[in-house]
Design a protein around this ligand. Structure first.
Ligand code: KE4
Length: 426
């Protein structure tokens, strides 16, 4: 496959940006290849600058649940652009989007729109601390909640990919109040509350982890977090930046029937534009300025273009009654092919990861047993056959509504023909 133009662009990019990229995981560092430069996208396909076309399972890390360049979203953005890109003032689109979010996430009684998942989670944690008057938070090893200082502790996603679980440049003071628990181990949370019964403001969790690869919650785990936080007067924050509108129209909290005190949304909610949101119980969110003393602000928060994209995408989701069963059906075909090939797979709806380890992956420790070199070979096998998957063992494959049955079957056949060099896996 000729990727000459991508290679030339990458050489130029490395002169201008750290590692030549604007987000570390895009650098393909852990899969031993140079990144591809994408020139265009439509449906389930992306095309690189050398004209090579791929079936895409990154889907921009989740936002493109309906596929790339959905006409309804593109049309809404084009129409919004005609009136100007940003006002820095109130506009009706903020209300329409907030109403749509609340219709699907009733636990979000008050909502604030922001510009990234990082900003949404960081702000939710600040509001939790402001509301409870407590400083400590609990996060789980391997979960990733964006790159705000206090959460860059044993993080997943690009932190795991690049082996920087605890980032440089973060002063000890920023993380001394961040306590670590083990995913799918409620006792590890109980222990922390036993040590700090009145100091923990919140437990923040990816209700289905997807940043150490996909690690679904074991039965009872989320309910246990709900019970423990209620017992100790702490808040439960669901980071649904990936799972929101992905696992169901009401995210993981609808799928699993657990009501968090606060939720962070991103990716799908913005329709592919820089938009995210946080929100929760009214009395918590009433602490947020200008109502309360928890300050949070943003020049482009809820801007008219991003809200137009989010409204259009959610409207299309609402108009697609078979969306989630179709996503599940398509992803199940890929899972079956991987299992048939003797591969070790975790799947939750349209999120899936093939792990190269013989252990069942239920937490950070078991995820770390995965063989990254083998994953790199698997990635190369897929890419050389026209399948674009996450360039990291510790990410998810995302299936969209635009993935045709033909492309799903083609992908399944390519997965099924992968021959591991190391003979392990279920
Ligand atoms: P952003 O700041 O990247 O919009 O969102 C941060 C974030 C927060 N919470 C969860 C559960 C997330 O998965 C993310 C970001 N996800 C990664 C992919 N695993 C974004 C890709 C990247 O970092 O380039």
């Amino acid at each position: 496959m000729n990727t000459q133009r991508s290679s030339e662009l990458f050489a130029k990019a490395k002169e201008l940006m750290p590692g030549g990229v604007n987000s570390p995981v895009r650098a393909f560092g852990s899969v031993g290849r140079e990144p591809l430069y994408i020139a265009g996208s439509h449906g389930d396909r992306i095309t690189d600058t050398d004209g090579n076309e791929y079936i895409d399972y990154v889907c921009s890390w989740g936002p493109d649940i309906l596929g790339h360049a959905h006409p309804a979203v593109i049309g809404a953005v084009k129409r919004a652009c005609e009136n100007g890109l940003t006002f820095g003032a109130c506009h009706e689109g903020e209300i329409v989007l907030a109403e749509k979010i609340q219709a699907h996430f009733p636990s979000m009684e008050l909502i604030r729109l922001v510009s990234s998942g990082t900003e949404a989670v960081m702000s939710a944690v600040r509001a939790a601390r402001g509301f409870t008057g407590r400083d400590r938070i609990v996060k789980f090893e391997g979960c990733y909640h964006g790159h705000s200082d206090g959460l860059l502790v044993k993080g997943g996603s690009g932190q795991l990919t690049g082996s920087v679980p605890d980032s440089a440049g973060v002063p000890a003071g920023s993380t001394e109040n961040t306590l670590l628990a083990r995913y799918n181990d409620a006792d590890s949370v109980e222990t922390l509350f036993g040590r700090f019964p009145e100091d923990i403001a919140a437990v923040i969790v990816e209700p289905c982890a997807a940043n150490m690869g996909v690690v679904p919650p074991e039965a009872g785990f989320l309910q246990a977090l709900r019970d423990i936080t209620e017992r100790y007067g702490a808040l439960l924050i669901f980071d649904e930046v990936i799972t929101g509108f992905r696992l169901s129209a009401g995210g993981a909290q609808e799928l699993y029937g657990i009501k968090p005190d606060m939720t962070a949304l991103g990716k799908i909610v913005g329709g592919g534009m820089p938009l995210a949101a946080y929100g929760g119980r009214r009395e918590i969110m009433e602490q947020v300025a200008p109502l309360g003393a928890v300050y949070q602000a943003g020049t482009l928060s809820g801007n008219p273009i991003a809200t137009a994209a989010g409204i259009a995408q959610i409207t299309e989701i609402e108009r697609t009654p078979d969306l989630y069963c179709e996503l599940d059906r398509k992803a199940a075909v890929l899972e079956a092919a991987a299992v048939k090939a003797g591969l070790n797979v975790n799947r939750c709806g349209s999120l899936m990861t093939v792990f190269f380890t013989d252990k069942r992956v239920t937490d950070y420790g078991s995820a770390l047993t995965a063989d990254r070199a083998e994953y790199a070979r698997f990635f190369g096998h897929l890419l050389d056959n026209g399948i674009y998957a996450a360039p990291s063992q510790f990410e998810a494959m995302f299936v969209s509504y635009a993935h045709s049955d033909e492309d799903i079957i083609k992908t399944a056949e390519i997965i099924a023909h992968y021959r591991k060099e190391n003979r392990y896996g279920s």
